[in-house]
Design a protein around this ligand. Structure first.
Ligand code: T4K
Length: 376
């Protein structure tokens, strides 16, 4: 019988040492410098570049604005290829700028954008590809880079889930023309709200810095259309504090992941996504796939059952962007069928992890899932 007074949420933030954060906050107040390239933001950018092994890190107010700026600074227009199996922000960041997101199906083995479909969908209006490292597992970066190069396309990676993950031994953050991170509260590393674009391209980094600050080149000189995409000092202070404990957060996620793996072993119809243990992973998404034919119940039945016991899971990312408005009806690509996206988005469920939950609690959560099975 499952008993817990606690409610466990997917997306519960990890929070670093509060005294360190308050100390940083005090010094921000002392300096009376609250935003606009403040000391904490500059320090965070330096620390993040070092951690990711990339030349430039441009901190931003959130991941969505960071994506919009990355898309604009790269000069994307017309049609851009993007997976439908992602958070809606990836598609909106294109459409917000009157660019048509052309939705691409996923590869069932990785749940990431399918390079063969990318190749097939390129037409004369295509200017770029936005790959998403879904659940923190890298896209097929080499193949996508090759396709982009051969077709003269820009390539951006939405790395919102992949902070701390690696591809072929090198940290995510250096690939494509640039990569984009989210440091939202729900991410393994958070700055309350926040994001960044990282790149090894000097020119692009310079442009991004101007564009996130209204395009100001000097006090009275503007060289680009820009917006206010700046990160504030308080966010950077949270980032610096959380960065000091990042390895602990990742380790907790790793231990939790293995607790789920053990607890859900041999449960018919339930499989946990696999992380390549030869690579660095952040393990921030515990994603199970429910195959109703074997489990005897649907993903949505299980989600409801868990919620009734105080376990708040999420259907990341149902039903796929192409099934949401305006894309579902208004877009020229309305009515497209993406069989793998449609099948998998009905089966995936994201479960709670992070510092809020421990191995024993995960064990009972897994027992609860097993008891649901036996109830059917
Ligand atoms: N690209 C991708 C692939 C993304 O996944 C995202 C964001 C972006 C781009 C855009 O980056 P940002 O502009 O957000 O930086 C949440 C997050 O808000 C969003 O950042 C994230 N992806 C997405 C996957 O998850 P919702 O709509 O699910 O949020 P919400 O408010 O329903 O909260 C989710 C869970 O987290 C709930 O169980 C409650 C819990 N929670 C949330 C917050 C904010 C807490 O326990 N404490 C908190 O402070 O989007």
């Amino acid at each position: 019988m499952y008993k817990s007074d606690k409610t466990f949420f997917i997306g519960r933030p990890n929070i670093g040492n509060r005294d360190d954060f308050y100390r940083r906050l005090d010094s921000i107040f002392e300096r009376r410098w609250l935003t606009n390239e403040g000391e904490c933001v500059l320090e965070l950018e330096k620390e993040l570049s070092r951690y990711l092994g990339v030349k430039h890190c441009v901190a931003m107010c959130n991941g969505t604005v960071a994506l919009e700026l990355a898309i604009r600074a790269n000069g994307m227009s017309g049609n851009v290829l993007v997976p439908s199996m992602t958070f809606i922000a990836t598609a909106h960041a294109l459409k917000w700028q009157e660019i048509t997101p052309v939705f691409v199906d996923i590869k069932p083995s990785s749940l990431n954008i399918c390079p063969d479909s990318v190749q097939r969908l390129i037409d004369e209006n295509t200017t770029g590809i936005v790959g998403v490292h879904l659940y923190g597992r890298p896209c097929d970066i080499d193949t996508l880079s090759d396709i982009a190069e051969r077709n003269n396309l820009k390539l951006i990676f939405d790395a919102a889930h992949a902070f701390g993950a690696s591809y072929k031994g090198e940290k995510i953050g250096r690939y494509g023309n640039c990569e984009v991170f989210s440091f939202h509260a729900t991410k393994v590393f958070n700055t309350f709200e926040g994001g960044a674009v990282t790149t090894n391209d000097d020119e692009l980094a310079k442009k991004l810095r101007l564009m996130k600050n209204f395009g100001f080149e000097g006090e009275d000189t503007v060289s680009h259309i820009g917006i206010n995409g700046k990160m504030a000092e308080v966010n950077a202070a949270m980032g610096l504090t959380n960065l000091e404990q990042l390895e602990d957060f990742i380790e907790i996620n790793r231990v939790n992941y293995h607790a789920y793996r053990g607890g859900l072993r041999n449960v018919p119809g339930i499989s946990l996504i696999h992380y390549d243990e030869d690579e660095a992973n952040n393990y921030q998404y515990i994603i199970i796939c429910i195959d109703q034919a074997q489990s005897g119940y649907s993903r949505d039945d299980l989600k409801e059952y868990l919620a009734a016991h105080g376990i708040i899971a999420r259907r990341y990312f149902y039903p796929g962007c192409h099934k949401m408005e305006p894309y579902n009806s208004l877009d020229p690509h309305a009515g497209i069928r993406l069989p793998a996206t449609e099948a998998y988005s009905k089966m995936m469920l994201a479960l709670p992890t992070g510092t809020q939950i421990c191995s024993q609690e995960i064990e009972s959560l897994c027992d609860l899932i097993k008891s649901f099975k036996s109830r059917q």
